[in-house]
Design a protein around this ligand. Structure first.
Ligand code: ATP
Ligand code: MG
Length: 320
């Protein structure tokens, strides 16, 4: 553009239609006038990618519309029933859970076992309403957890995810889930999880900052503080996903003790675990395999079926 403007100016000067001064003045003015156009051309790549991002966000929001507020219900007793639960993740056609159905009564402890990738964590996320089932339902005292008002449902649930997420704040705030409440409640939850003494030994006790993602704490500490967070506020249903993966013998004993206390207070507990010490305290066992509930029943019955199944596999293994 600069060349064309100067070229045209030079031609007009030669033809004596303009002066040299006018030529330079026109060149500078036109250069300024064209600057916005040049800027748009320069940032064209950004405009295109911004448009692409906007379309993707709109698509994503359309695919997961906000939940309706739902009705707040009184504190449930903890009767959990799962009805032919099927889950197909978005952007996939292979179901992760297929027709899983079982039920447990208040105060019962259910152990969920199964090989890696069987869908145990996916089931746990459905029990606490993080995932919405593709078909079937998870009911707590008869009402569907995915339709329950989020804020009131959260008070009645305790959840320890497999990859515990702590937030950059104090230990007390993490245990109380950032809710204003009695300090006594925080200490009660910590005592229940068997971490009270452990927290007191830290430099700032309950006011210790855990750092981004709980980085200041070791994996075992994080897991035990996650357990305290799960039992905070006397929930009706507690779901623990591999709560003992980072625990030593002491931690394991504290966990077993915590489950016994929950059971005594009538809280329903679902625990994903393979540890014999944890399985020892459960009332019922659910065996998941490839997203299907392979076995469900009282612990003694399932354990004897499982141990009976082992020699059969071993014989088949040697035969083939
Ligand atoms: N939101 C999702 N989208 C797509 N696939 C998913 C999603 N969630 C889970 N999966 C897949 O579902 C399968 C089951 O995962 P899940 O985490 O439930 O297994 P798991 O039984 O908990 O295994 P582990 O014992 O290793 O914890 C895996 O193959 C996983 O990749
Ligand atoms: Mg898992």
């Amino acid at each position: 553009m600069q060349s064309v403007i100067l070229g045209l100016g030079a031609y007009l000067v030669i033809e004596r239609l303009a002066t040299v001064g006018a030529m330079f003045a026109a060149s500078i003015l036109l250069g300024r006038a064209l600057q916005p156009v040049e800027q748009i051309v320069g940032s064209w790549r950004n405009l295109v990618s911004a448009r692409g991002a906007f379309l993707r966000v709109r698509e994503l929001l359309a695919a997961s519309p906000p939940r309706e507020a739902g009705l707040s219900l009184p504190r449930p007793d903890g009767r959990l029933s799962v009805e032919s639960l099927t889950f197909v993740p978005p952007a996939s056609s292979k179901p992760i859970l297929r027709g899983v159905a079982f039920g447990i009564d208040p105060g019962e402890v259910l152990g969920v076992i199964g090989p890696t990738g069987a869908g145990k964590s996916t089931l746990a996320r459905h029990l606490v309403g993080v995932y919405t089932p593709s078909a079937g339902a998870v009911r707590l005292d008869g009402s569907d957890v995915s339709a329950w008002a989020r804020t009131s449902l959260g008070q009645h649930l305790g959840y320890l995810p497999q990859d515990i997420e702590l937030f950059a704040d104090t230990i007390a705030a993490n245990i109380s889930r950032f809710q204003e409440g009695e300090d006594q409640e925080v200490i009660l939850a910590a005592r229940m999880a068997g971490v009270h003494e452990m927290i007191l030994r830290l430099p700032n006790g309950y006011d210790t900052q855990v750092g981004e993602g709980g980085a200041v704490l070791s994996g075992g500490y994080r897991q035990r503080i996650g357990l305290a967070r799960a039992v905070y506020g006397n929930p009706s249903l507690v779901v623990l996903d591999e709560p003992s993966s980072n625990l030593d013998a002491d931690g394991d004993a504290a966990l077993t003790d915590c489950i016994m206390q929950l059971k005594k207070s009538g809280t329903t507990v679902v625990i994903v675990s393979h540890r014999p010490s944890t399985i020892g305290v459960v009332d019922k066992i659910l065996v998941l395999r490839d997203g299907v509930a392979e076995m469900f029943g009282p612990r003694a019955e399932i354990m004897s079926r499982l141990t009976r199944a082992v020699p059969v596999h071993a014989v088949q293994g040697t035969a083939s």
